[in-house]
Write a protein that binds this ligand. Structure first.
Ligand code: PLP
Length: 408
């Protein structure tokens, strides 16, 4: 009985060549050796990457970066892309090499990782509060003195100043302005008073204003988005003008996002753009509508995918892949979209996803691999330790997502 089921299993395996589709001729030990070396270029195929895996299409990524860098340059704005999207020092350094002035870090710990890997021109976009974090901010500034910290209240400004004074340092500080219902001090008189206070504190150097209008970034329809961004950013421009009028040099105003980059670059007074998602471009952004392109927003290509393997074919109508809730962000109401046409994805638990056909018979067999476009790039990236950078069917580099989990 045991023999016969074993014979049945072997026959089935031999009779199912699809299982072998894409199989490597290298042993796993050889693959592991290549992965642990710093140079994978020309030595590793996409087929050999263990799944689920986070993949970056370098041709699309580089084109996305080029488009944003060129746009910023042609519109005379500085570009400081947000590192919360990639959490990867190699990516931050690549974009700086292409023309960005630095990188944002959402939190202090993210910025610490970037600084430790040699990234400069850091902007920590969330305020740093509490004794220990302020001590760390001062230490970060000793490694990367041009780091800018955001502040939205008088006590925090004073605390940063005092810690900097104890360490005999000066810290660059910007006002975090509340322009769309998240953090920050309200525009107008309150923000002007905070700016005056910062400018008068001896161990702080006043940089200017950060005004991130998150609410505008995903507003559907380009014209609606333009209105939303203008409404959010106008109080920031006015606050900046008021500070300048009082002799407080507020030359710098950073804001903008992937959704509003070509809106904010036309608003006088915004001097710097800090978009993030553009480099990867997720399906969440695809549906907000573009300038003159209707409902689809396609200024940037979908460079970030999850590579998955078909692990089961319970029926002819569906297959199960090895990628579920733990493989991609789950915060959006729409289903993640496979890159391959004619199939549909649905979550099927922590480790699994269900694929069905949208056109004709389902051809996928166990062992086949498919790619799912990242539904929301930032939280998807935060699920992985490494990102496989591909050109065609070859893996060109494997980059560490060194700031993964750095949300402190
Ligand atoms: C402060 C700040 N700036 C910039 C961005 C980048 O936005 P996007 O990824 O939409 O381009 C974010 C994203 O959440 C953010 O929180």
């Amino acid at each position: 009985m045991i023999m016969s089921s074993r014979r049945h299993f072997l026959t089935a395996a031999i009779a199912a060549p699809a299982v072998l589709r894409g199989a490597s001729t290298r042993s796993w030990v050889e693959v592991e050796k290549i992965l642990s070396s710093s140079n994978v270029k020309g030595r590793l195929a996409k087929d050999e990457v263990p799944t689920p895996a986070l993949m970056l299409d370098l041709d699309l990524f580089e084109a996305n970066v080029k488009r944003m860098v060129t746009h910023a340059r042609e519109n005379n704005r500085a570009l400081r892309p947000h590192g919360k999207t990639h959490k990867c020092p190699e990516i931050a350094k690549y974009i700086i090499k292409q023309g960005a002035v630095g990188a944002c870090g959402a939190k202090l710990s993210e910025a610490e990782v970037f600084a430790a890997h040699g990234v400069r021109g850091l902007l920590v976009t969330t305020a740093v509060l509490g004794k220990h974090k302020i001590e760390r901010a001062v230490r970060l500034a000793s490694t990367a003195p041009d780091t800018i910290f955001c502040v939205d209240n008088a006590q925090n400004a004073q605390d940063l100043n005092d810690a900097a004074a104890s360490a005999k340092r000066k810290l660059w500080v910007a006002i975090d302005l509340c322009v769309s219902g998240r953090t920050g001090i309200m525009p107008g008189a309150a923000a002007v008073a905070l700016g005056e206070q910062i400018a008068n504190l001896p161990n702080l150097q006043f940089k200017g204003i950060q005004a991130y209008a998150g609410g505008a970034s995903h507003t559907k329809g380009w014209e609606n988005r333009q209105k939303a961004s203008l409404a959010a950013m106008t109080p920031a421009i006015e606050t900046r003008a008021e500070l300048n009028k009082r002799g407080i040099n507020t030359a710098w105003l950073s804001g903008g996002s992937t959704g509003t980059y070509n809106i904010d670059s036309n608003i006088d007074g915004i001097t710097e753009l800090q978009p993030g998602s553009f480099m990867f471009m997720d399906t969440d952004y695809n549906v907000i509508g573009g300038k003159g392109t209707g409902d689809h927003y396609g200024d940037f290509g979908n460079a970030l995918t999850i590579l998955a393997t078909v692990v089961s074919r319970p029926t002819d109508a569906h297959v199960i892949i090895d990628s579920g809730y733990k493989a991609m962000a789950t915060d959006r109401s729409f289903a993640p979209v496979p890159k391959e046409p004619g199939i549909k994805f649905g979550f099927n638990g922590d480790e699994h996803g269900k694929i069905t056909s949208t056109a004709g018979a389902l051809k996928l067999q166990t062992g086949d691999r498919i790619e799912i476009i990242a539904p929301h790039c930032d939280p998807t990236v935060n699920l992985y330790d490494r990102i496989y950078c591909t050109r065609g069917q070859q893996v060109e580099a494997v980059w560490s997502i060194a700031a993964r989990g750095m949300s402190q």
